[in-house]
Design a protein around this ligand. Structure first.
Ligand code: ZN
Length: 161
């Protein structure tokens, strides 16, 4: 009888952990796995279902998927090519020339002044990733030196006024 009591205790613990959303019982086997929202199957069963789903795909669905995969591969290829091209000196020179044009500069200035852009920028500067990067950057000797020089320049300007 003792073993049944122990089982009871174990079941109670499991129920408790399930109710606390620590673990979930797989919908198709008796494996428990770490709770994840909307995850209903253990890894094994999830993979098996995925395999089954692929096998049972209708010819039309299979053709759609093939087409989708092809399109995606092509898109990735185009993207890679564009990235490669944007690294070339010719492209960089052209981009620089473009950015120097008065009308482009003007457009850029206007965009930077828009409230939406300012809000976005503010949001970006508040991110922890940005703050960490900035801290690291500010610690660099050459950056510190530049900041010191600018400070002295500003100070001198103020004194001259
Ligand atoms: Zn399972």
């Amino acid at each position: 009888m003792e073993s049944i009591d122990e089982d009871d205790e174990e079941v109670k613990q499991l129920m408790l952990r399930i109710s606390r959303k620590e673990i979930t019982l797989c919908d198709s086997c008796d494996t428990f796995f770490d709770y994840m929202p909307r995850k209903r199957f253990c890894d094994e069963c999830g993979k098996e279902r995925e395999r089954k789903r692929k096998r049972e795909l209708s010819p039309e669905a299979r053709e759609r998927k093939r087409k989708y995969d092809r399109e995606r591969a092509r898109l990735l290829e185009v993207k890679a090519k564009m990235r490669e091209r944007s690294q070339s000196p010719e492209y960089k020179a052209k981009a620089l020339e473009y950015r120097q044009r008065p009308e482009v500069k003007e457009r850029h200035r206007e965009r930077c002044q828009s409230p939406e852009y300012k809000a976005k920028r503010r949001e970006y500067y508040r991110r922890p990733e940005y703050k960490a990067k900035k801290r690291e950057y500010d610690q660099r000797p050459e950056v510190k030196e530049r900041q010191r020089k600018r400070y002295l320049r500003m100070k001198k300007l103020r004194e001259e006024e």
